[in-house]
Design a protein around this ligand. Structure first.
Ligand code: PLP
Length: 433
């Protein structure tokens, strides 16, 4: 339905003028320099901030920021905190560096894109959607993480929001779903998706959603801004679980959402303020520290993942490998356009079926192996897991199989241990399976 967002034409103008980019990723040195950052604040482990006087307090409640800090970031930590503000700025620069430069050149008075950090990736996703969808609206959803999937069903069952699940790796399915559902307000996708690492054509989908005034929301968790910057491809909102690559050490849970400033001030910030999905100052400080070497970590992890995927593809105990960096991957060409490289997550199917999967998992459950049997990803530690019995156990079996999540599929998140160590361990585990 056109006309639902009065700010849409201005956002589209900014998107076309500043956000779209033929260069799909930022220069790596620039990326690392932003990550390293300067001015990391001390930890403001505080719930409240003292005002100078009544006029100062009143001005801050009106959103004024006398020293140029983020509005509301020096009142009460549920509304904002200097440590969270710092992390928001770094994430904003990583996703939007090219937009900032162009907007500054054009003398734009208002920031085009807002950045908010949350207590978890799920908090970021749920707040973005809770803020603006209403009964009768439709959301078209691709293959998504289990809790995102169940939250969509909650919106449907509890609030009468229509949820249409499709295979968004097929752009024509997005087009058909929107045509059949004129009340579509958002398309929500992950690319690559979890766990079969198939890609959505973000630019192709954006060409469909943009003229229809439909928000294209991209969960960029599997890539982080290091591998993919969805605003350059036409996304309207980008969400992250910072728990993964941004933290990179499995020491905290956090999330982020970035999107049109007008959209955030009208719909997202009010629920952020009232629902209270705020991260702790310490977690924001920790993530501001760990993000400093994210590019370096990821470069190493992705190079190792590419070599391991090639190694697994030749292994006699392995039936099929899903890794966007392999030529055999169905979306390899798209991956090479959208992503810096194939990423640090590999999925593979074993010849020996479910029992072989259990045996391999139990091998890595031992403490003398260089991986952990655990379900997260993006850490310096390699994690191996079995989607059918773990992360995707809640997905109905028929849906699971249709998405290629067979009983013998294994997902591996590659850490920094290095190729020879991991290949040797995988070979040992596979011999037993
Ligand atoms: C793609 C994706 N999005 C969102 C989330 C949720 O993030 P969090 O666990 O930080 O709430 C996850 C968690 O695994 C994920 O894999």
């Amino acid at each position: 339905m056109k006309g639902r967002f009065p700010w849409w034409p201005d956002w589209q103008r900014k998107k076309m003028a500043y956000a779209f980019s033929s260069q799909k990723q930022m220069d790596i040195d620039r990326f690392n320099a932003i990550c390293a950052g300067t001015g990391l604040p001390n930890i403001h482990q505080k719930s409240t901030f003292k005002f100078k006087d009544v006029a100062d307090g009143a001005a801050r409640f009106l959103g004024h920021s006398p020293s140029g800090e983020k509005p509301y970031a020096r009142i009460y930590t549920r509304l904002g905190n200097p440590n969270t503000e710092y992390l928001e700025k770094v994430l904003f620069q990583l996703e939007c560096d090219h937009i900032i430069d162009k907007a500054l050149e054009a003398d734009e008075k208002q920031p085009s894109i807002a950045s908010l950090v949350f207590a978890s990736g799920m908090a970021a996703i749920t707040m973005v959607l809770m803020g603006f969808v209403k009964p009768g609206d439709c959301i078209v959803v691709g293959n998504v993480y289990g809790c995102t999937d169940s939250f969509m069903r909650f919106l449907q069952n509890r609030f009468g929001v229509k949820i249409v699940f499709i295979d968004a790796t097929k752009t024509e399915e997005v087009e058909q779903a929107i045509r059949k559902n004129p009340d579509t307000v958002a398309v929500f996708i992950e690319s690559p998706d979890n766990p079969t690492l198939q890609l959505c054509d973000i630019e192709g989908i954006s060409a469909i959603t943009t003229p229809e005034e439909i928000m294209l929301i991209v969960d960029n968790t599997f890539c982080s801004p290091y591998l993919q910057q969805p605003f350059r491809l036409g996304a309207d909102v980008v969400v992250h679980s910072l728990t993964k690559f941004v933290n990179g050490h499995s020491t905290s849970i956090a999330g982020a959402a970035l999107g049109p400033f007008e959209f955030f001030s009208q719909y997202v910030y009010p629920v952020y303020k009232d629902f209270g999905p705020t991260p702790s100052p310490f977690d924001s400080w920790l993530n501001s520290l760990t993000i400093q070497e994210m590019g370096i970590r990821m470069e190493h992890q992705c190079k190792t993942a590419q070599r391991l995927a090639e190694f697994l593809e030749k292994h006699p105990k392995v039936k099929r490998v899903w890794y966007p960096g392999l030529q055999s991957h169905p979306h390899h060409a798209l991956a090479m356009q959208q992503m810096r490289n194939g990423g640090a997550v590999i999925s593979f199917e074993l010849n020996g079926g479910f029992d072989a999967g259990v045996s391999l998992m139990n091998f890595f459950a031992r403490t003398d192996t260089p991986m952990e049997l655990a379900v997260s990803l993006g850490s310096v530690i390699s994690y191996i897991e079995h989607p059918a019995s773990m992360t995707h156990a809640v997905v109905p079996e028929a849906d699971r199989l249709e998405r290629g999540i067979t009983d013998s599929l294994v997902r591996l998140s590659v850490g920094v241990e290095g190729f020879s160590t991991l290949a040797h361990a995988l070979d040992n585990g596979l011999q037993l399976s």
